[in-house]
Design a protein around this ligand. Structure first.
Ligand code: SF4
Length: 338
């Protein structure tokens, strides 16, 4: 009993971030409810890389924006749930308090740096501003450190990059500048929202290597949002799969790829071409992700699922834990009963 309590408190200490039953909804002008993130729970241990995967429109980005408390309210609303960072509920903090935590505790790399960077300020000034606000250094020191950070992320001529506007840089250089800004205050948690989607494959590989190296050097925890399972296989320790605003599966990376349980995860994996492929055509998942205003009842995957049963149409499956591998699907409900 005492040992169990010790293990539980140790496990809690190891969790840097814990999202519990988070619901982030949006409301249209005609009061229609859009449940973009609906009862999502997961945790992230210190030092690990957790990947959140799923097709576009599954709620991955809204989940990561919710952790940063960057969802515009209105039209968005944190309807219920908790986001515990080192045990502190971020949803209960004021904007002033959360602003103090951004960059220093939690930083984010956005998908498209051209829209995340301010187009009318030079790169160096934008990085220096984060340092002046969060590290209380003067303008000169902040500027010097901005150049050092650009050098750290592999920018070939960091002084010139610092003196450039975002539009004067290539996509890869802009993303490196975003990473430099995210790392400027050495955050404990880095959220990366599809940071390589807009880049070509060579630059994508360089950026992934850079994030991995910096993570290891700084002992950082990473939540990486992507729809690319190739990236997941490369970098993830654990994976959660989202579909239509809900988590449908969670497992270690190795377990997920070797033994996918949810029909949606299985479908996603079958879509990937393999080097020993003998298929004439790649598999696809029939249909499309439903729009959040019209999520189906029951299991939201049922209109696309080849294993759908009667119960799937009206009853939403609860997550079932099978030896550390969690899946929300009625096919496994009997295992929970056992
Ligand atoms: Fe398919 Fe039913 Fe499982 Fe949903 S609950 S994934 S519809 S079998």
């Amino acid at each position: 009993m005492v040992n169990n309590q010790k293990n539980e408190s140790f496990a809690k200490a190891e969790r840097l971030l814990e999202v519990r039953h988070l619901r982030t909804y949006f409301y249209t002008p005609d009061k229609k409810e859009i449940p973009a993130v609906d009862d999502v729970s997961f945790s992230v241990r210190r030092g690990e890389t957790l990947c959140i995967v799923g097709e576009s429109g599954c709620g991955k980005s809204v989940t990561s924006l919710s952790v940063m408390k960057l969802v515009a309210t209105p039209p968005g609303k944190y309807v219920s749930g908790e986001i515990l960072f080192e045990g502190k509920d971020l949803l209960g903090l004021s904007q002033k308090e959360i602003r103090r935590m951004r960059c220093r505790d939690i930083a984010m790399i956005f998908q498209e740096p051209m829209t995340a960077l301010n187009p009318v300020h030079k790169i160096g000034a934008q990085i220096a501003e984060a340092l002046m606000i969060n590290e209380q250094v003067d303008k000169k020191e902040a500027h010097e450190r901005a150049i050092e950070l650009l050098a750290m992320v592999g920018v070939p001529d960091p002084a010139r990059c610092a003196a450039s506007y975002p539009h004067q840089l290539s996509g890869g250089m802009r993303q490196r500048a975003m990473i430099a800004m995210a790392f400027s205050c050495n955050p404990k948690l880095l959220l990366a929202d599809e940071p390589t989607t807009a880049l070509d494959v060579t630059v994508q590989a360089q950026i992934l290597d850079l994030i991995q190296n910096l993570k290891e050097q700084h002992g950082m925890t990473v939540v990486f949002v992507t729809h690319d399972l190739g990236i997941v296989a490369d970098i993830a320790d654990r994976v959660i799969v989202m579909y239509a605003g809900r988590v449908v599966e969670e497992a270690s990376c190795r377990e997920l790829f070797s033994n996918p349980l949810h029909p949606y995860t299985g479908g996603l994996l079958k879509c990937i071409p393999r080097i020993d492929d003998t298929r004439e055509f790649l598999d696809t998942i029939d249909g499309q992700v439903p729009i959040p205003a019209n999520f189906p009842t029951g299991c939201r995957f049922h209109p696309r699922c080849p294993h759908a049963m009667g119960i799937c149409r009206h009853s939403a499956p609860e997550p079932v834990n099978i030896e550390g591998h969690s899946v929300a699907c009625h096919l496994y409900a009997r295992k929970r009963e056992v």
